[in-house]
Design a protein. Structure first.
Length: 30
Protein backbone atom coordinates (compact mmCIF):
# COMPACT_ATOMS: atom_id res chain seq x y z
CA UNK A 1 0.00 0.00 0.00
CA UNK A 2 2.77 2.42 0.92
CA UNK A 3 4.56 1.64 -2.34
CA UNK A 4 1.37 2.45 -4.26
CA UNK A 5 1.18 5.90 -2.63
CA UNK A 6 4.82 6.65 -3.49
CA UNK A 7 4.20 5.56 -7.09
CA UNK A 8 1.20 7.89 -7.25
CA UNK A 9 3.30 10.83 -6.12
CA UNK A 10 5.96 9.86 -8.67
CA UNK A 11 3.42 9.78 -11.50
CA UNK A 12 1.88 13.07 -10.41
CA UNK A 13 5.31 14.72 -10.36
CA UNK A 14 6.01 13.53 -13.90
CA UNK A 15 2.64 14.78 -15.18
CA UNK A 16 3.20 18.15 -13.52
CA UNK A 17 6.63 18.48 -15.17
CA UNK A 18 5.19 17.48 -18.55
CA UNK A 19 2.47 20.13 -18.30
CA UNK A 20 5.09 22.74 -17.39
CA UNK A 21 7.20 21.86 -20.42
CA UNK A 22 4.17 21.95 -22.71
CA UNK A 23 3.21 25.40 -21.41
CA UNK A 24 6.74 26.67 -22.08
CA UNK A 25 6.59 25.33 -25.64
CA UNK A 26 3.24 27.04 -26.23
CA UNK A 27 4.58 30.35 -24.91
CA UNK A 28 7.68 30.11 -27.13
CA UNK A 29 5.67 29.29 -30.26
CA UNK A 30 3.48 32.37 -29.95
Amino acid sequence: MHLQIEYGFYLFGNVERLVGELQELLIESQ
